[in-house]
Design a protein around this ligand. Structure first.
Ligand code: GFB
Length: 315
């Protein structure tokens, strides 16, 4: 990938895509192709075919996807399956048809079996049953990984895929119904703190599930560095896990965020909401051996995101 290579970032307005764009610009890449979803409907085969015909990108980062937290995955099951399948079928197939030199597909750690041994190695894919709350999303992402693998095998393409762990960072989704846990907790605690500071009391902050599940969190700017690095250096049919190799319980995460925000009121756990998979810690030895390691520690990352998103503002 040269500095003037034509690079299409599918999903450039999202948290992952926008971070990849920032990383590419930082590295001096300026020939970037972007389309908003209003400009290009990636679920339309015809539109995607016409776009590739017109732009002929040389490299593609496929970061466009319908994503969301546990509740969104569980509620919009058909859309998570259909839209993700369509987006990736169209982009991956047209990348093959138009001779893209290299494509990176962004998958997800939730595509591994629900009860995988921990930490999860890349080789555990398809070795057991999926977590039911995100089965549709996971099935779509598994299909994307397999498309890349099999286009490489049959057509000699150079399509790679990566498996990021749970992400957070700038441009995250803070809609409480559809957000992932970390941005949801930042917002819930921040709004409760404002109420507490104004009135000396607040409603308890309601969190979902039991708080027992363990999750690993990676700052999206670390992910973007990994994607850039692997796009330049890695070739192969093994998808690469990208994470920190460290996890914490949702209870610990809640306490950490509560402290960062400075909320002094009560928490309650709504156990009618699902816990999801009990643990999802990636084995990151492959990506470490390839020469990448995360740089932003969780405490520092959350504090920075909180400061930039909420501090000195009313939610
Ligand atoms: O981040 P999250 O929505 O998704 O939830 P997953 C993680 C854990 O946090 C679950 C708990 O055990 C939730 O019950 N939790 C506690 C909360 N309070 C809250 C809250 O206010 N909001 C949310 N959202 N959770 C997703 C998958 O799974 O992980 C996606 O559904 C995707 O497909 C993503 O792969 C990375 O980690 O359980």
């Amino acid at each position: 990938m040269e500095k003037d290579s034509k690079i299409y970032i599918a999903g450039h307005t999202g948290m992952v895509g926008s971070s990849i764009v920032r990383q590419l610009e930082l590295e001096g890449y300026s020939n970037l192709v972007r389309r908003t979803s209003q400009e290009l409907d990636l679920t339309s085969q015809q539109a995607v075919s016409a776009f590739f015909q017109e732009e002929k990108p040389e490299f593609v980062f496929l970061a466009a996807a319908k994503v969301g937290g546990i509740e969104a995955n569980n509620t919009y099951r058909a859309q998570f399956l259909y839209e993700n399948l369509m987006i990736q079928n169209n982009v991956i197939h047209q990348s093959y048809v138009h001779g893209v030199k290299k494509l990176m597909f962004l998958a997800s750690s939730c595509i591994y079996p629900k009860l995988s041994p921990q930490p999860i190695k890349e080789s555990y894919l398809l070795s057991g049953k999926l977590e039911s709350t995100n089965e549709p999303y996971a099935i779509a992402k598994i299909a994307g990984v397999k498309l890349c693998e099999n286009y490489n095998c049959q057509y000699g393409c150079n399509f790679i895929s990566v498996m990021p762990t749970n992400l957070y960072g700038p441009n995250d989704n803070y809609d409480l119904e559809t957000a992932h846990v970390l941005p949801a907790l930042l917002r819930k605690f921040h709004e409760a703190k404002i109420q507490f500071d104004r009135t000396g009391q607040s409603e308890p902050v309601e969190l979902w599930g039991t708080g027992a599940p363990l999750r690993e969190f990676l700052h999206v700017d670390d992910l973007a560095k990994a994607c850039f690095y692997l796009m330049k250096t890695y070739q192969g049919n093994t998808s690469v896990n990208i994470g920190t190799g460290q996890d914490i319980s949702i209870k610990e995460l809640a306490e950490t965020i509560r402290k960062i925000v400075g909320f002094k009121g009560k928490l309650i756990w709504n156990e009618d909401k699902p816990d999801g998979t009990p643990r999802k810690l990636l084995d990151v030895s492959l990506v470490h051996s390839l020469g990448w390691k995360h740089q932003i520690e969780l405490l520092e990352g959350i504090a920075e995101v909180y400061k930039n998103k909420f501090k000195n503002q009313d939610a």
